[in-house]
Design a protein around this ligand. Structure first.
Ligand code: PA5
Length: 467
């Protein structure tokens, strides 16, 4: 199996100078890192760490997913994921990584599966636009919600259900697959009553850690992605990160670096893939890192306000947008390059414009060379500016390397949570906005009515601040 590699040199003071982390600082942290490793290992497969078992305990589920995927490919022209947050970002990232960059636009005979749409927003125009481009008679919907109570997903379900009933009558059940918790929430009851094909999200797997369970695997398998390869990659990364000695465990070392960086005021984590195929990995990572580590209470209840703001960027595009800030702005960022050694195709640059040396120089080279040269140029510019950087290199983007990357970042997040002594697996800060939104919509329950009253207590808006 090809292995992803890590280069943490440009995080270190020896490399980038005063804003870097010294070797001694990392040595001093080794005992703390060992303890974080123990905490994570102790809870492996327990509580909300069920995601750590996913590479190992899904043989039957994978077989069932593959069988269902085959049926979907045979019967439908479009597959629509209805889900949000952890139920959407992983499927989107993996599809972008492992299928054609214009997958949906490919003619059917060149596409390995149905067109895939991942609908993670409730912008009214978006649902209308979706219904404009799909033929309901030939579309399968995968409703994904662990809680079964997420307003966005459940409202989408209601809209789609009605549309399907109008389009296909009693046959609508064949067009719906539900992925939800087996033991909690309302969606499982709906699925049982209706007799929908159902996949389960294990109790110990939270949304942002769910890509390697049916949440992500079904859409991937429908689009003919090698889901066994994804899981093998994850397993391989797990094996690489077994040691409690951070010098032998890349995810543990990385967690240590990032937490140390946070202590030094580097409060922003920029994910900068130099590959369009990895563009949506940044979106997936942003949720994983933000929702897991952004907390205001330690595990022992002490106030804290920790976390690091993830920024999604893309090389080379953002060299022409954000790089100026990264090189000359505040020293508040860690930049993580995602580098691909071998792209899946070569794009040679033809000769031309021979009388303009700066352009003709490009002739005979390739986009493969140019993107790598620009990546190295950016890395050098950041080095010269004394900025903390690191590189994760994928020999190529395939199911196994993507599985390694996903699991690596999940492990880093878990270790970082343990180092920060916070619960990396909950998201209490998201609940407040959900409650308030239902209160605004007029939901009648004691807690929503109270919230509505509380909301009236906000200071009134002053006209002098409105234009
Ligand atoms: O990571 C998480 O837990 C969240 O982002 C959830 O995935 C998101 O809120 C959707 O929740 P649910 O799957 O319950 O609909």
């Amino acid at each position: 199996m090809q292995k992803i590699r890590f280069d943490f040199n440009p995080m270190m003071a020896e490399f980038v100078g005063e804003h870097g982390i010294s070797g001694q600082e990392m040595k001093d942290m080794l005992a703390e890192l060992k303890a974080a490793h123990e905490t994570v290992e102790k809870n492996r497969g327990q509580g909300m760490q069920g995601w750590m078992d996913l590479p190992y305990d899904q043989d039957d589920v994978v077989a069932e997913i593959e069988k269902t995927a085959e049926d979907v490919r045979r019967e439908f022209e479009a597959f629509v994921v209805l889900g949000i947050g952890g139920s959407a970002l992983g499927p989107a990232a993996v599809q972008q990584a492992l299928n054609h960059l214009h997958y949906n636009e490919l003619p059917a005979d060149k596409r390995p599966g149905p067109r895939l749409y991942i609908e993670d927003n409730i912008d009214p125009e978006r649902m209308a636009a979706l219904l404009d481009v799909i033929d309901l008679k030939k579309t399968c919907f995968n409703v994904i919600s662990k809680s079964g109570g997420t307003a966005e997903t459940m409202s989408q379900y209601l809209i789609v259900l009605q549309a399907l009933k109008e389009a296909v009558g009693e046959d609508y059940r064949r067009h719906l697959i539900v992925t939800t918790s087996e033991s909690k929430g309302f969606l499982i009851n709906v699925a049982r009553e209706e007799g929908y094909k159902t996949f389960y999200i294990p109790d110990g797997v939270g949304g942002r850690f769910s890509e390697l369970c049916p949440v992500g695997l079904l859409a991937a398998a429908v689009c003919k992605i090698d889901i066994r390869g994804l899981l093998e990659g994850a397993k391989d990364m797990d094996a690489r990160c077994k040691s409690s000695n951070a010098m032998e465990n890349p995810a543990l070392f990385e967690a240590g670096l990032m937490v140390k960086a946070m202590e030094k005021g580097q409060n922003i984590s920029v994910m900068l893939p130099y590959a369009d195929s990895l563009k949506l990995m940044s979106d997936w990572y942003a949720q994983l890192w933000a929702e897991s580590l952004g907390k205001n209470r330690t595990l022992d209840g002490k106030p804290c306000n920790v976390g690091q703001t993830p920024v999604k960027a893309l090389g080379v595009t953002d060299q022409h947008s954000q790089l100026q800030l990264y090189t000359e702005g505040p020293f508040d960022k860690v930049i993580t390059f995602l580098k691909v050694d071998a792209f899946r195709c070569q794009t040679p640059i033809p000769h031309g414009c021979e009388d303009i040396p700066t352009i003709s120089f490009l002739g005979g080279k390739s986009h493969n060379q140019l993107i790598e040269a620009e990546r190295q140029g950016t890395e050098y510019a950041l080095y010269r500016a004394g900025r903390m950087c690191q590189t994760i290199a994928l020999p190529e983007v395939n199911a196994q390397t993507v599985g390694q990357l996903l699991y690596f970042l999940e492990l880093v997040t878990a270790y970082a949570g343990a180092l920060l002594n916070i619960d990396a697996f909950n998201q209490p800060g998201v609940e407040e906005s959900k409650l308030a939104a239902y209160a605004v919509l007029g939901y009648d329950s004691e807690k929503h009515n109270q919230k509505r009253e509380e909301m009236k207590g906000r200071p009134s808006l002053k006209p002098e601040y409105q234009f």
